[in-house]
Design a protein around this ligand. Structure first.
Ligand SMILES: Cc1cc2nc3c(=O)[nH]c(=O)nc-3n(C[C@H](O)[C@H](O)[C@H](O)COP(=O)(O)OP(=O)(O)OC[C@H]3O[C@@H](n4cnc5c(N)ncnc54)[C@H](O)[C@@H]3O)c2cc1C
Length: 401
């Protein structure tokens, strides 16, 4: 297993880091202090510089305007981008668009690719993914009330979703809806591309999360689909394939998140160390002179390095064997890296004292937003059961997930 980047990748990582430092980090002050939409023109300028530097959309094939990186190489870059909340957006590889791009690439018809993927790849519009419903356990997404009824050549979608991230300002949603309630549980639902200006698409509200209502890309919406009619040509993939496609989307999606979280953790550790070195408890006695703080730093350093190895190893396995074969490795890193992030952020925040709770640094934003890492794309407990199932198999125990 060779996890070291080669010289070419190292140079790309360094260019990416330099671009984040020069073009993205300076936007953070206003990002934390001002309404997000006010920042959009400056974010667009940063995106233009990313394009000009040839760093745009690292995950996309070159034919679609991207860098065509394999997953392990993308992992390295995603870590650099994760150091800022704005990094992935500036490089056009942000969730949920990145997953929708991959779905469209693999399963979109040529017409769907031209209409939806082309502008998504160019960064001229955004999208969202609408699966979870408030009244059903999202950790078992075969439970679903939203349905899409055939009506001639069209489908008519009825239902209500929540936590549709980034629906505010999105041009279209990828919606999961039941097309055959009588089918086997995993074959009941299908995916649909629903332009958000379709009559019946109603964004009811941006849901307040940890005290923030959010706006535009940084928001999570409740959405009603009321007699929402779409032509059959906007079904994505085969009828009944919705669950399988959503799983296919989530596998690499979990890796993308984990790679970003490592960048978040590196940023938090850097801030922790800076604070420890400069905050004086008494003349000549910085915070770093205390053993408790040294332990936070040592534990964080090792936890991040171990998590990175886990992610890179899984990324290589996905590249070699596909996401299905690497399923247990993906579950393992999902809960492990999310837990590591939680711990490192907590240490960094603690070391900043009251300042850590303010929005004068990016730590509180990360803490508010990344606590969700242990819930979305499968809660910790589900992924732990997946790993335990494999570990216990030789002992004759069949763990239910
Ligand atoms: C910030 C954020 C963004 C999101 N973005 C999107 C999005 O863009 N699109 C979308 O469709 N959805 C999105 N979601 C929804 C997300 O996918 C669900 O929250 C997730 O699947 C969990 O479902 P749930 O919230 O219904 O929790 P539930 O399924 O009700 O689970 C609640 C808790 O029960 C425990 N639990 C669940 N299952 C098990 C089990 N098998 N064993 C033991 N314990 C268990 C876990 O602790 C879990 O946290 C987002 C969620 C968040 C927080």
């Amino acid at each position: 297993m060779n996890l070291a980047p080669d010289a070419e990748l190292l140079a790309l990582v360094q260019r990416t880091r330099a671009c984040v430092e020069r073009d993205v980090l300076p936007l953070e002050h206003d990002f934390l202090a001002r309404p997000f939409r006010e920042l959009l023109p400056r974010l667009e300028s940063a995106r233009a510089r990313v394009r000009a530097l040839g760093l745009w959309a690292p995950h996309l094939p070159q034919a679609w305007g991207g860098l065509g990186l394999a997953l392990p190489a993308f992992a390295r870059l995603a870590e650099e981008l994760g150091r800022s909340p704005l990094g992935p957006l500036a490089f056009n590889c942000q969730a949920p668009d990145v997953g929708n791009m991959e779905l469209l690439l693999a399963h979109g018809t040529p017409e769907q690719q031209q209409r939806f993927l082309r502008p998504l790849a160019a960064g001229s519009l955004r999208s969202c993914f609408s699966m979870t419903e408030q009244e059903h356990a999202g950790s078992n997404p075969v439970l679903m009330s939203t349905c899409a009824r055939r009506d001639g050549d069209d489908y008519v979608i009825e239902g209500r979703k929540w936590f549709t991230s980034s629906a505010d300002g999105a041009a279209f949603a990828v919606v999961m809806a039941v097309t055959d309630p009588q089918a086997a549980p995993h074959a009941r639902a299908s995916l649909f591309l629903v332009p958000t200006d379709t009559p019946g698409f109603r964004l009811l509200r941006n849901i307040p999360v940890m005290g923030e209502v959010g706006a535009d890309y940084f928001s999570h919406a409740e959405v009603a689909y009321e007699h929402c009619r779409v032509p059959g040509s906007l079904r994505l993939g085969a009828e009944g394939a919705g669950f399988a496609l959503a799983q296919e989307r989530l596998g690499p999606g979990r890796i993308h998140h984990a790679m970003r979280w490592i960048g978040v953790a590196e940023r938090a550790l850097d801030m922790l160390c800076r604070r420890a070195a400069t905050r004086l408890l008494a003349p000549g006695r910085p915070l770093a002179s205390r053993q408790a703080v040294q332990h936070w730093i040592a534990e964080s350093r090792v936890a991040i390095d171990a998590a990175r190895l886990l992610v890179l190893d899984a990324a290589q396995r996905i590249e070699r064997e596909g996401a299905a074969a690497a399923r247990v490795a993906i579950s393992a890193l999902k809960f492990h890296v999310a837990g590591m992030l939680d711990q490192v952020l907590d240490h960094a925040l603690q070391a900043h004292g009251a300042l850590g709770l303010t929005d004068d640094t990016v730590l509180a934003w990360f803490w508010r937003h990344e606590r969700a890492a242990r819930i979305y794309d499968g809660p910790d407990e589900v992924h732990k059961s997946v790993v335990a199932r494999q570990v216990l198999k030789p002992y004759g125990v069949d763990v239910e997930v």
